[in-house]
Write a protein that binds this ligand. Structure first.
Ligand code: PLP
Length: 951
C-alpha cells in the first residue's frame, strides 16, 4: 500500500476566497450546478476553447519560493559605481518594514476617495513638498513613471506651452543620460518633434527651439552653470526643462532659482532599491503659471464639510479620464509607493541629514578625484558632485576587466572613457579600493592627508543659498520611534485591502499574497544595477524569460515585452508596434484609431501620443459595441485605418458575443486589433485574446497578476503580440530588439516581476483558470443579490455579467436626490471603499469583487448596499429628510459624534448602521471633502501645522 501524501499545493485555496460549500451555494443562486456549467454559459461560443494555458497544478508556496531563490542566486551582486541615474542607497529599516513591506501601504488604491486616503495623501503631499523645495519650483506632482518618461512629458509640456509655436525642434543636451535620450527619441518621432542633440556649452543660436532639456549635474558628472543659457532660451521664447538629481540639489542652486521652467528627475536614491531599473518614482515640478498643464496626479489641500483641512487629488479635469485625447498625458498608474518611500526618507533624515549624506558623498568624490589625479589619471572637468569621467585611453578595456575581476562595475562610456559614481553607501575603504584598482603597483595616496587638503569640486557660484525642508514634518520624526508611529498613524487613516474588500471595477483589487511579495526585497533582486553587465543578471534573465513564456500561455500571444511600466505605457508600446508594422509594409499613412465610446480614458490619450487620429464608435443600449457603426466607420476610413483599441470583456463588464466579428471587420479593412487587457482577470484559462483576433494587448500585472497597487503605483504593463508584431516590440540599448525604448530601464519595473512569477507558478494552469471562474462567479453572485435593489445596467444575452457589474443609480437621483457620490461616501460608514464611480457610465457604480473575496465578505458588502438602499427609500418616502440624512452627510467622523447632534437621525444610525460594525469599526479621519474649494484655492505643498487645527 502506498501512503497518500495529499496535495502539496495549499495556495490555490488560499488565494481564492470562497470555500467549496460557498461555491455550491453561490452557483445555486445563479441556477448552475457546477463552475464548468456557469463558464459554458458565460463565455461566447465564438471564443470558447481558445485558451492555450495548461491544466497543471501550481507549486506550493514553499517550493515556489525555493525555486525562485535558486534563480535569484544566479544574479551576481558586484560593487557598483555605474551611476547614470541609478545609485546605491540604504533603505532605512523602519521604512522597509513599516512601509515597503506593510500591506496597509502597499495594498491601498489610488486616493480617489480622499476621506479614506488621508494617510497616503499626506505622504504624497510630503513628496510634493520635498520636490518643490529642492527644485525651487512651486508645483510638483505626486510622481511619474521614471526619469526618462518624465523627460518626455517635459518635452510635450514645453511644446504645449512654448510661445515659439512655429518650432518643432527640441534641444537636448548631449550631457543627458543616454537612456533619457533614447526614450525622448521614441516619444518625439510620432509627434513630429525633431530632437536636436548637442553640446549646450557651444550653442550659439537658440532661436530654432521651442524648448530644451539640460541635465544637472550632467551625466558626465560636471556641474554646468546654466544661468545665462536659460536666459537666452527664454529670450527666444523657448522653455527650459532641467533633469536634476535631488540629492545634489541639497547643496546646489535649485533649477527654479536659475530660471528653469520645469525640473524632472528620479527620486530613486532616496531610499528606493536599484531593483535592476525599477520601480522608482520620477518627479515633475514647474512654475505656478503652468500648473493646469501638469501631467500626472497632484495632491492638493482642501477642507472637509466641517471646514477642517483635508487632502485630495486636485484638478482632475486635466487627466485622461476626462479630457481623453486632449489630456495632458496618458499617465494613470504612477509610482505612489516609491514616492512615499522617498518622501519618508526625507522625513526621517530631515534637511540636515540629507545634506550630510550629500556632502559626505561629494567629499568622498573630491578626495577620490584628487587621489586618482595623483596616481596619474586624467579626470575630465573641474566640477563634480558625485560622478567622475576619466579619460583612460587605451587602458579602458583592461581597467574594466580588472575591475570585474574584483567584482566591481565601472560605468562604460566608450572605448577611451569610463565613469565612476559614488553614493550614500560609499566609504573610505571604497575610495581606497578604487585607488588600488586604478593605481596598482604605485604608491597609494594617503586618505587622511588628501581629505585635509582637497577642495570641494562644487562650483562656488552654484552653491545653494536657500534653506531646504523647513516644514515641521521634515524636522520632527528623526527617531525611529517617532517615525514608526508616524507611519502607523498615517496608515491607520486609510482603508486598504488589509481591512476590507475594494470592489473597484476595472482595477482588480485582488490578493497580493505575502509569498508573492517576499522576493521583492531579496537583495539578489533589489541590489542589481540595470546597466550591470549581462552576465551578472542571469537570474533576472531566467526569471523574465520564464515570465514571458507564462504570459504568452495566459494570453495566446507569441511574444511579450516586459518593459512598459504601467498599462498606459503598454498601450503606447502596442500602438507603436502597430505603427511600425504598417510602416514596414509601406503603409505609413495608416493613422486612424477607432475607439468605442466606452473606452478607458488612457486609450484615446495614448492614441494621440502615438500620432494617431481618434475616431469614436458608438455603443448600443446593452453596452455592446455597435457593430454596424463600427463597420461603417472602418469602411469609411479603410484607406487610413491603423487600429482599433477595444477592451475585452468590455468596460461594461460583459463578454460581447460579437468580438470575433469586430476583429474580422478591422482586419478586413487593413487595421490591427489592440485588445486592452485590463480585464484579463475574466479570461485567463478560459479564452485567449491572442487566439480570438487580437494582434496586441497590454496586461496590467498590478490588476490581474497580483502586483499590489501601492496606493497608485507601481504597476507593470507588459504587452503580448502576435508574431508579425514581435520585431516591433520595445527595444533598449541593453537589449537586442530594434523598437524604440519606451522607458529608461530595459525591463522597466523589473524588481516587482517576481510577484507575478510567483503567482503564476503557485496557481498553475488549473489554479489560474479556477481564479477566472471564481472571479466571474463572485461578480454574478453580487449582481444577483443586488439586482432587486439596484438595476444591473448591462449583462450578456444569457443574463450573466463577466467579472464585474455596473449598478445603475441614476433613477435614484430622480426619486430621492441621492447621488452616486452619496452612496460612495455612505459606504465608508460601513467600512468599505466605494466601487468605481461613474466609469464607464456617469451615475453608476462598477463593482469587481475578484476571486479573492470570501462569500462572507461579499455578503457583508451586499448587506451594506441593501441597507443603503433602505435608507434611500426612507428619503424617497420622506421619513428621512432629503437634505439632512445619513447619505448626504456621509461619511460620519468620530469628532462629529461628540459634538452637538442636530441631525434628524440617530448617532447609532450614523456610525453603526449595521450591528456588525460595532466591532472593528473604521473611523474616517475627515468628513466629506470639498473638491471645488481645493481647486479654487490650490495649495499643493504641506500647509503649516496650525492649519490642521480643528476649527
Ligand atoms: C487600468 C486601466 C488602464 C490603464 O492602466 P494603468 O496601469 O493605470 O496605466 C487602461 N485600460 C483599462 C480598461 C484599465 O482598467
Amino acid at each position: 500500500m502506498t501512503i497518500n501524501l495529499g496535495t502539496a499545493n495549499e495556495f490555490i485555496a488560499r488565494h481564492i476566497g470562497p470555500r467549496s460549500a460557498d461555491e455550491q451555494a453561490m452557483l445555486a443562486s445563479l441556477g448552475f450546478d457546477s463552475l464548468e456549467a456557469m463558464t459554458a454559459a458565460v463565455i461566447p461560443d465564438s471564443i470558447k476553447g481558445t485558451s492555450v494555458l495548461g491544466s497543471e497544478d501550481g507549486q506550493s508556496e514553499a517550493d515556489a519560493l525555493a525555486a525562485l531563490k535558486a534563480i535569484a542566486g544566479k544574479n551576481q551582486l558586484f560593487k557598483n559605481y555605474i551611476g547614470q541615474g541609478y545609485y546605491n542607497t540604504h533603505t532605512p529599516a523602519p521604512i522597509l518594514r513599516n512601509l515597503l513591506e506593510n500591506p496597509a501601504w502597499y495594498t491601498a488604491y489610488t486616493p480617489y476617495q480622499p476621506e479614506i486616503s488621508q494617510g497616503r495623501l499626506e505622504a504624497l503631499l510630503n513628496f510634493q513638498t520635498l520636490v518643490s523645495d529642492l527644485t525651487g519650483l512651486p508645483i510638483a506632482n505626486a510622481s511619474l513613471l521614471d526619469e526618462a518618461t518624465a523627460a518626455a512629458e517635459a518635452m510635450t509640456f514645453c511644446k504645449r506651452l512654448s510661445k515659439n509655436k512655429a518650432s518643432h525642434a527640441f534641444f537636448v543636451s548631449q550631457h543627458c543620460h543616454p537612456q533619457t535620450l533614447d526614450v525622448l527619441r521614441t516619444r518625439a518621432e510620432p509627434l513630429g518633434i525633431d530632437i536636436v542633440v548637442g553640446d549646450e556649452t557651444e550653442l550659439s543660436d537658440v532661436s530654432a527651439f521651442f524648448g530644451a532639456l539640460l541635465q544637472y549635474p550632467a551625466s558626465n558628472g560636471e556641474v554646468y552653470d546654466y544661468r545665462e543659457l536659460v536666459q537666452r532660451f527664454h529670450a527666444a521664447n523657448a522653455l527650459v526643462a532641467v533633469a536634476a538629481d535631488l540629492l545634489a540639489l541639497t547643496l546646489l542652486t535649485a533649477p527654479g532659482e536659475f530660471g528653469a521652467d520645469v525640473a524632472i528627475g528620479s527620486a530613486q536614491r532616496f531610499g528606493v532599491p536599484l531593483g535592476f531599473g525599477g520601480p522608482h518614482a520620477a518627479y515633475f515640478a514647474t512654475r505656478d503659471a503652468f500648473k493646469r498643464d501638469m501631467p500626472g496626479r497632484l495632491v492638493g489641500v482642501s477642507i472637509d464639510r466641517f471646514g477642517k483641512t483635508a487632502l485630495r487629488l486636485a484638478m482632475q479635469t486635466r487627466e485622461q479620464h476626462i479630457r481623453r485625447e486632449k489630456a495632458t498625458s496618458n499617465i494613470c498608474t504612477a509610482q505612489v509607493l516609491l514616492a512615499n518611500i522617498a518622501s519618508m526618507f526625507a522625513v526621517y533624515h530631515g534637511p540636515e541629514g540629507l545634506k550630510r549624506i550629500a556632502l559626505r558623498t561629494h567629499n568622498l568624490t573630491s578626495i577620490l578625484a584628487a587621489g586618482l589625479e595623483r596616481l596619474g589619471l586624467k579626470v575630465l572637468g573641474e566640477t563634480a558632485f558625485d560622478t567622475l569621467t576619466l579619460a583612460t585611453g587605451t587602458a579602458t578595456a583592461e581597467l574594466h576587466d580588472k575591475a570585474r575581476a574584483q567584482r566591481i562595475n565601472l560605468r562604460q562610456i566608450d572605448a577611451e572613457h569610463l565613469g565612476l559614481s559614488l553614493d550614500e553607501t560609499s566609504t573610505q575603504a571604497d575610495v581606497e579600493g578604487l585607488w588600488q584598482l586604478f593605481g596598482a603597483g604605485q604608491v597609494q595616496p594617503d586618505f587622511a592627508a588628501l581629505a585635509a587638503s582637497t577642495a570641494s569640486r562644487l562650483p562656488a557660484a552654484l552653491l545653494r543659498q536657500s534653506a531646504i525642508l523647513e516644514h515641521p514634518v521634515f524636522n520632527r520624526y528623526h527617531s525611529e520611534t517617532e517615525l514608526m508611529r508616524y507611519l502607523r498613524r498615517l496608515a491607520d487613516k486609510d482603508l486598504a485591502l488589509d481591512r476590507s474588500m475594494i470592489p473597484l471595477g476595472s482595477c482588480t483589487m485582488k490578493l497580493n499574497a505575502a509569498s508573492e511579495m517576499i522576493p521583492v526585497t531579496w537583495a539578489e533582486f533589489g541590489n542589481l544595477h540595470p546597466f550591470a553587465p549581462a552576465e551578472q543578471s542571469q537570474g533576472y534573465l531566467q526569471m523574465t524569460t520564464e515570465l514571458e513564456a507564462m504570459l504568452c500561455a495566459a494570453t495566446g500571444y507569441d511574444a511579450v515585452s516586459l518593459q512598459p511600466n504601467a498599462g498606459s505605457q503598454g498601450e503606447y508600446a502596442g500602438l507603436l508596434a502597430i505603427r511600425a508594422y504598417h510602416r514596414s509594409r509601406g503603409e505609413a499613412h495608416r493613422d486612424i484609431c477607432l475607439i468605442p465610446s466606452s473606452a478607458h480614458g488612457t486609450n484615446p490619450a495614448t492614441a494621440h501620443m502615438a500620432g494617431m487620429r481618434v475616431v469614436v464608435t458608438a455603443c448600443d443600449a446593452r453596452g455592446n459595441v455597435d457593430v454596424e457603426d463600427l463597420r461603417a466607420k472602418a469602411i469609411e476610413h479603410r484607406e487610413r485605418l491603423a487600429a482599433i483599441m477595444i477592451t475585452y470583456p468590455s468596460t461594461h463588464g460583459v463578454f460581447e458575443e460579437a468580438i470575433g466579428e469586430i476583429c474580422a471587420i478591422i482586419h478586413d479593412n487593413g487595421g490591427q486589433v489592440y485588445i486592452d487587457g485590463a480585464n484579463m482577470n475574466a479570461m485567463v484559462g478560459l479564452c485567449a485574446p491572442g487566439k480570438f483576433g487580437g494582434d496586441v494587448s497590454h496586461l496590467n500585472l498590478h490588476k490581474t497578476f497580483c502586483i499590489p497597487h501601492g496606493g497608485g503605483g507601481p504597476g507593470v504593463g507588459p504587452i503580448g503580440v502576435k508574431s508579425h508584431l514581435a520585431p516591433f516590440l520595445p527595444g533598449h540599448a541593453q537589449l537586442e530588439n530594434t523598437g524604440g525604448a519606451v522607458c529608461a530601464a530595459p525591463f522597466g519595473s523589473a524588481s516587482i516581476l517576481p510577484i507575478t512569477w510567483m503567482y503564476i507558478r503557485m496557481m498553475g494552469g488549473a489554479g489560474l483558470k479556477r481564479a477566472s471562474q471564481m472571479a466571474i462567479l463572485n461578480a454574478n453572485y453580487i449582481a444577483r443579490r443586488l439586482e432587486e435593489h439596484y438595476p444591473v445596467l448591462y449583462s450578456g444575452g444569457n443574463g450573466l455579467v463577466a467579472h464585474e457589474c455596473i449598478l445603475d443609480l441614476r433613477p435614484l437621483k430622480d426619486t430621492s436626490g441621492i447621488s452616486v457620490d452619496d452612496v460612495a461616501k455612505r459606504l465608508i460608514d460601513f467600512g468599505f471603499h466605494a466601487p468605481t464611480m461613474s466609469f464607464p457610465v456617469a451615475g453608476t457604480l462598477m463593482i469587481e469583487p475578484t476571486e479573492s473575496e470570501s462569500k462572507e465578505e461579499l455578503d457583508r458588502f451586499c448587506d451594506a448596499m441593501i441597507r443603503i438602499r433602505e435608507e434611500i427609500r426612507a428619503v424617497e418616502t420622506g421619513s428621512l429628510d432629503k437634505d439632512d440624512n445619513p447619505l448626504k452627510n456621509a461619511p460620519h467622523t468620530a469628532a462629529e459624534l461628540v459634538g452637538e447632534w442636530s441631525h434628524g437621525y440617530s448617532r447609532e444610525q450614523a456610525v453603526y448602521p449595521l450591528p456588525s460594525l460595532v466591532e472593528g469599526k473604521y473611523w474616517p479621519p475627515v468628513g466629506r471633502v470639498d473638491n471645488v474649494f481645493g481647486d479654487r484655492n490650490l495649495v499643493c505643498a504641506c500647509p503649516s501645522i496650525e492649519s490642521y487645527q480643528d476649527v
